[in-house]
Design a protein around this ligand. Structure first.
Ligand code: SF4
Length: 321
């Protein structure tokens, strides 16, 4: 049941792309989940699983083919006028490649100030002060305002991207693989910065990543996607402690364990084959062509996402009873 604590509800969302000649790419195929105010929902899966398309449809960069996205109770694809303007302010996106998303010909100060100008939030000295304050908030300083993006490292550029998204005081940030392009040593710094900003500003995050190691330290709950569908959703600790879907088990088995004793005995589940095409997904369970536990009925029955244990949802016929 939706309540005031729910900031985002994704209901039976489908996003198909018509490739011509009758070929339909089912990038997102009947995905439902909700996010509570102030939480971080990690969305994980291999590239091409539809997680980024889900994020882009939520933020209204794409229309939905079917289904709904409700933000603060309103359908984002039907917003108009003032409501649409509010939405464009309240929901922001941070991208994987901060360099590609920062205009190379604009100074960092103008990049951060752009949203302030578009939304007419402030001008002159007040605007300038706000830009300096945002730079400091993300661990940079006021001198950086007059420089250009190419003068910064990858981690610094991601900080600039974060400052830009914060400039218009959003409630909800979609972070699309924000640390995947960064050195491992820098990844933790950006995650820690995002966590601190969340605590200070009550932000809600949808954090998209391609492996479970990246979302571990930031997510309250995690959804695992495979070939356009959610296959498992659970609280983060629960998912790492007790993965139920064979795909989640395989993803988790790929994460190295820091303890060398345990690491030596870690059993890796290697998935055979490639991810099938979302234009022509397998019948029944989409994971069946790579699933080490597949049964004959998996070819005929499409498993639905069901609550198998309290707050732990799985789409797999192994848990159908
Ligand atoms: Fe594997 Fe069958 Fe479960 Fe799909 S439904 S994950 S193929 S066991």
């Amino acid at each position: 049941m939706p309540n005031a604590d729910t900031i985002l509800e994704v209901k039976n969302l489908k996003k198909y792309f018509d490739l011509g000649r009758g070929a339909i790419l089912k990038a997102v195929d009947n995905v439902s989940f909700s996010i509570k105010r102030g939480e971080t929902f990690g969305l994980v899966g291999e590239s091409g699983c539809g997680k980024s398309t889900t994020g882009r449809t939520i933020i209204n960069l794409y229309n939905a083919t079917e289904g709904e996205v409700l933000f603060n109770g309103k359908n984002v694809h039907k917003l108009q006028g003032r409501d649409l303007k509010q939405f464009n302010r309240k929901m922001q996106m941070i991208f994987q490649d901060p360099y590609a998303s920062l205009n190379p010909r604009m100074t960092v100060g103008d990049i951060i100030g752009e949203g302030i100008d578009i939304h007419n939030l402030m001008s002159g000295r007040q605007r300038q002060e706000r830009i300096y304050e945002l730079l400091e908030t993300v661990g940079l300083n006021s001198e950086h305002a007059s420089r250009f993006p190419h003068e910064f490292s990858g981690g610094q550029r991601q900080r600039i991207g974060i400052a830009r998204s914060l400039a218009i005081e959003p409630e909800f940030i979609i972070a699309d693989e924000p640390i995947s392009a960064l050195d491992v040593s820098i990844q933790a710094q950006v995650v820690n910065l995002m966590k601190r900003l969340q605590d200070e500003r009550g932000l809600t995050y949808l954090f998209i990543a391609h492996d479970l190691a990246m979302v571990k330290h930031i997510s309250d709950r995690i959804g695992v996607m495979y070939l356009g569908a959610l296959v498992e959703v659970a609280e983060a600790n629960e998912l790492y402690r007790k993965p139920m879907h064979p795909y989640t088990e395989a993803l988790l088995s790929a994460i190295p364990i820091p303890d060398p004793e345990i690491e030596r005995t870690r059993e890796r589940i290697i998935l055979e084959g490639d991810v099938p095409s979302p234009v022509n997904p397998p019948s029944g369970c989409r994971f069946r062509t790579r699933c080490p536990k597949a049964m004959p009925e998996c070819a005929n029955v499409t498993p639905e996402l069901k609550e198998v244990e309290p707050n732990h949802f799985v789409a797999c016929l192994l848990y159908n009873n």
